[in-house]
Design a protein around this ligand. Structure first.
Ligand code: F6R
Length: 614
């Protein structure tokens, strides 16, 4: 939530920052701004409500020259999206400019204290309080800027990634983080700063990721200096980010979401490569193998996740209980962290997070670690906070997901969970060999199966036109496909703004069936599996009450046609991998309905991709 970019070096800072902000818009897009220091040392702030493109227009004809600057794209937490609340924020004297990602929880107390010292505030943000607190410390203690930032942050409760520049100093940025990501890119005599290293990959592949409660003094032409909030120097560890720029572009598709749906055969191939050995069908997940004893001794597995990742975890529950015979619980991270949960030292807690930065999931990880559990991460973003704070884990390796609605990350997460369940099941001797081989072989064939599933795109696009009128939708599924129904409903909600509810098919009769009439379409996943017949009966029940039904069915299955209004045929694979196939037409349905309704599918209203606030 909120994207921040900074630059100091010999280039013009503004174009570098604007380019980076465009790449970070997935993190928030309700206002944007930039502060640049002119060559003589004078500072200007340009900011406005709207997207980064609005900021670009705003900058036209203005003097934004300067080789040091900081920029921000916002997802509002405190205060409505308007020009005043946009970042950067200036201190009372106008000498300090700050950008901030996160939430200062004790900002009211700090603001009231500053008011007693004569400070006034132009915005409703917690961030403006912080920049003034820094200025107050700087003036009252007559200390350096980095010292003022350090002392001010010691008084802050909450989450932050910040960057501060000071009028007159054309070579130095101070940055710090706690629970919000911050990467520093190293160039030749220049530095870049970003919430997400991928956004500045055009300039460097060498990054230093700040740890929690670390502060960096970033000075042109000088070595990077990092310290903790006690003022003690900490080591600078440089990591390479191997990413190609094409992964950050739309590649001929109208939207990132459509590109990401269509690249799932390739992303799953990347996810599986080297992990399912074609010759032997052996599964190699080093995070599991190196911690074999933990998985053998596990009393219970608890998944913690949010949103789409939580849906993937529900599928993980089926996979692990079926193959490993270990009891599994799936928890909303936001509930788990505040519930005083019972955690045993022989529990394994698996945190699932595409971004690896979700605040609630990160807090759940910390809680589980404190309770002595072994914590495993399933993340996409390499080097992310969750990836770094877990004991071990597996990356899903599906490449940057830029569309705000998660698609390829979901299928990557489920694929990793399938490999994990197969491997642990084999280690524990709880998975039957024939079954193991069938699933491992199906994993190898998954890219081809996904390619086949994507052939439904034209049919789904045509169908979507028929349903743009709907105000509500119901999604039904059972067994492995119940979480698929939840995920299909979430996709539709978040990008089309149509209300949708996902249910286990048989639960309908316990209340929700009262909603059924000709205006309420139902999407039913009725592929050939052990609950197929039962789902058919559920479909009949809806049909006989006048409901319209779109059914996702196995290729060649004619039976459902008798009761469904529309059938979308998907290829068959082993039952436990069917959610990967069934979700494809549901992702496409949401996408096409949303585009026909003229929605901004990559940046839907009120959302941001990386939820780094509670
Ligand atoms: C929905 C979506 C969200 C995320 C959720 C968790 O399309 O993307 O529901 O799944 O915010 O995010 P991560 O996986 O980054 O922890």
């Amino acid at each position: 939530m909120c994207g921040i970019v900074g630059y100091v070096g010999e280039r013009q800072a503004c174009p570098v920052i604007i380019k980076g902000l465009h790449r970070l818009e997935y993190r928030g897009y309700d206002s944007a701004g930039v502060a640049v220091m002119h060559p003589g040392g004078g500072m200007d702030v340009f900011k406005c409500k709207g997207k980064v493109s609005d900021l670009e227009h705003f900058l036209e004809g203005k003097d934004s020259a300067g080789t040091i600057g900081i920029g921000h794209t916002r997802w509002a937490t405190h205060g409505v999206p308007n020009d005043a609340n946009a970042h950067p924020h200036l201190s009372r004297s106008g000498k300090l400019a700050l950008i901030h990602n996160g939430i200062i929880e004790n900002f009211r107390v700090l603001r009231d204290a500053l008011r007693t010292h004569g400070f006034t505030f132009r915005s409703s943000t917690d961030s403006e309080v912080l920049v003034n607190l820094i200025e107050y410390v700087r003036e009252s203690e007559k200390c350096s800027l980095e010292e003022a930032v350090r002392v001010a942050l010691k008084q802050v409760v909450g989450a932050y990634a910040i960057a501060v520049i000071e009028e007159g100093n054309t070579s130095r940025i101070i940055a710090a983080r706690k629970s919000s990501p911050m990467a520093i890119g190293l160039g030749d005599g220049e530095y870049f700063l970003s919430s997400d290293a991928a956004s500045i990959i055009d300039y460097t592949q060498d990054f230093v990721y700040l740890n929690d409660e670390e502060l960096a003094v970033i000075e042109k032409g000088k070595p990077l200096h990092i310290m903790n909030l006690d003022g003690k120097d900490t080591p600078v560890s440089i990591q390479k980010l191997n990413l190609s720029i094409s992964q950050l572009e739309k590649g001929g598709f109208d939207h990132f979401m459509l590109k990401e749906i269509h690249e799932q055969p390739e992303t799953l191939e990347d996810c599986i490569r080297g992990r399912v050995i074609p010759e032997t069908l052996e599964i190699v997940l080093s995070g599991v193998i190196e911690n074999k004893e933990k998985f053998l001794a596990a009393r219970r597995i608890i998944f913690v996740a949010c949103g789409t990742s939580w849906h993937a975890a529900l599928i993980g529950e089926h996979l692990i209980e079926n193959m490993c015979r270990i009891p599994v619980e799936v928890e909303y991270a936001s509930e788990f962290r505040y519930r005083n949960p019972v955690i045993f030292p022989d529990d394994i807690v698996i945190a699932v997070s595409q971004s690896g930065e979700t605040a609630d999931t990160l807090a759940a990880v910390e809680l589980a670690r404190k309770a002595g559990a072994f914590v495993y991460g399933i993340c996409n973003v390499v080097g992310s906070s969750i990836a770094r704070s877990t004991d071990s884990g597996t990356y899903i390796h599906v490449g940057p997901e830029i569309g705000v609605a998660s698609t390829k990350a979901f299928t990557g997460q489920v694929t990793v969970m399938t490999m994990l369940a197969l491997l642990v099941g084999r280690l524990r001797g709880t998975v039957e060999e024939g079954y193991y081989h069938r699933v491992a072989q199906a994993l190898l064939e998954l890219p081809a199966t996904m390619r086949e599933a994507l052939k439904t795109a034209d049919q789904v696009a045509a169908l979507a036109k028929t349903f743009t009128y709907a105000h509500n939708f119901i999604y039904l599924g059972r067994g492995y496909n119940y979480p698929t129904a939840l995920e299909g409903a979430l996709k539709l909600k978040e990008i089309s703004y149509i209300h949708a509810e996902g249910l286990p098919a048989a639960e309908m009769k316990h209340g929700s069936i009262a909603l059924i009439d000709a205006e309420m379409p139902t999407v039913a996943i009725a592929t050939l599996d052990r609950t197929y017949e039962k789902t058919l009966s559920n479909i009949e029940e809806i049909k006989s009450r006048g409901g319209k039904i779109i059914a996702v069915v196995s290729k060649g299955d004619d039976l459902v046609r008798h009761c469904a209004d529309y059938c979308i045929e998907v290829p068959s694979t082993v039952e436990c991998l069917m959610p990967l196939v069934s979700i494809v037409p549901l992702q496409l349905l949401a996408y096409y309905i949303a585009t026909y309704k003229g929605r901004n599918v990559d940046q839907p209203r009120n959302l941001a991709k990386s939820v780094t606030v509670e």
